[in-house]
Design a protein around this ligand. Structure first.
Ligand code: NDP
Ligand code: ZN
Length: 352
């Protein structure tokens, strides 16, 4: 089979590989549509997960099942499915402890284009098919289905990690596709005021649609100072981190109130340490909670989040700003995600 792969850090291309084998509880699927992620850019061009040779890229797609193992009960060849970016081993101790995304080790629930070939190939392997796949709801578009792999579950996880409550003022740092879903998640959880940080006009417009009430540009000086000016010097109840750098993290600590909470899903990609500003953290006594997490994957999560779309509570269609047809456009889509032009939220490639 053919796959679009990371050949080494900084280099991609099409390669030939053996079609993956199907274990007793696994499935083999073929993508119906794939989406490119900022994480693919980090993986290829920043060496975020280290060097990888001839590893097929991609972790966002919806697919058709082509083969299932002898123990798989709920899926059969021909089923159209949602595929989470994170596919835990559900019988692991980490999953039993409630942290399935870390099954097998920290972040090890992320298998596609990390520990094994990803979904940008003619076929791909899914571990624990009954635990990880979900049926594609009738009538859901393939592009919308791709948003359920990673963008919805990750953005919503920022709102979960920040533990957004009714009436909260929430700061969402970064309103790329992940941050936009953090805005939508915070809105659904009952935030009364959502301050969004980002500049791309298409993202600002989408953030408004998803419930952002105020906007800040990180290019206009310190985020925390702007937040303080907007909140009468009080700060915000919650911060969702979905963009920026290690230095931006300090802004989050400064902007959140005592007793507030930061939920990070941003990839903090450089340096040895993340520093916490001592005074604004109450010299260690400010009850400012810092939490961060890889998205939870798995079937139940996919099924539940899908109902938000099918019920009309969440419209992810504005996210897919660039839709291509055919595998030959995958490279172009990856380069778009790398360049982040002003009109881009998310590129999707329809295969079927
Ligand atoms: P984008 O690059 O599309 O969006 C980043 C956002 O951050 C933009 O709004 C950008 O603003 C803003 N930004 C850039 N620099 C700064 C800064 N210095 N201060 C504040 N804001 C800034 O990224 P994605 O939405 O695709 O992904 C966001 C992050 O989430 C990535 O790091 C990605 O790797 C990570 N991720 C994490 C996952 C998880 O499970 N935890 C899963 C998937 C992704 P502007 O409008 O100016 O461009
Ligand atoms: Zn992703």
């Amino acid at each position: 089979m053919k796959g679009y792969a990371m050949l080494r850090i900084g280099e991609t291309g099409w390669i030939e590989k053996e079609r993956p084998a199907c274990g007793p509880i696994d499935a083999i699927c073929r993508p119906l549509a794939v989406a490119i992620c900022t994480s693919d850019v980090h993986t290829v061009y920043e060496g975020a997960i280290g060097d990888r040779h001839n590893m097929i890229l991609g972790h966002e797609c919806c697919a058709e099942v082509v083969e299932v193992g002898s123990e798989v009960k709920d899926f059969k060849p021909g089923d159209k499915v949602l595929v989470p970016a994170i596919t835990p081993d559900w019988n692991s101790l980490e999953a039993q402890a409630g942290f399935s995304m870390h099954s097998g080790g920290m972040l090890a629930g992320w298998k596609f284009s990390n520990f094994k070939d990803g979904v940008f190939g003619e076929y791909f392997h899914v571990n624990d098919a009954d635990g990880n796949l979900a049926l594609l709801p009738e009538g859901m578009s393939l592009a919308d289905a791709c948003m359920l792999s990673d963008m919805v579950p990750t953005g919503f996880h920022a709102a979960e990690q920040a533990d957004v409550q009714f009436g909260d003022t929430v700061l969402v740092i970064g309103i790329g596709p992940v941050g936009l879903m953090a805005v939508a998640g915070a809105n659904l959880r009952g935030a009364s005021r959502i301050i969004a940080v980002g500049t791309r006009p298409v993202c600002v417009a989408a953030a408004k649609q998803y419930g952002a009430t105020d906007f800040i540009s990180y290019k206009n000086g310190s985020i925390s100072e702007q937040v303080m000016a907007m909140t009468g010097g009080k700060g915000v109840d919650r911060v969702c981190m979905a963009g920026g750098t290690v230095a931006t993290f300090e802004e989050a600590v400064k902007a959140v109130k005592p007793g507030g909470r930061i939920g990070n899903v941003n990839y903090l990609g450089s340096g040895e340490f993340v520093t916490i500003p001592r005074v604004e953290w109450g010299a260690g006594m400010g009850h400012k909670v810092i939490s961060g997490g890889l998205m939870p994957g798995g079937r139940l999560r996919m099924e539940k989040l899908a109902t938000l779309i099918t019920s009309g509570r969440l419209d992810v269609s504005p996210m897919s700003t660039h839709v291509f047809n055919g595998w030959e456009h995958v490279d172009e889509a990856l380069q778009l995600m790398r360049a982040k032009p002003a009109d881009l939220i998310k590129p999707v490639v329809i295969i079927d």
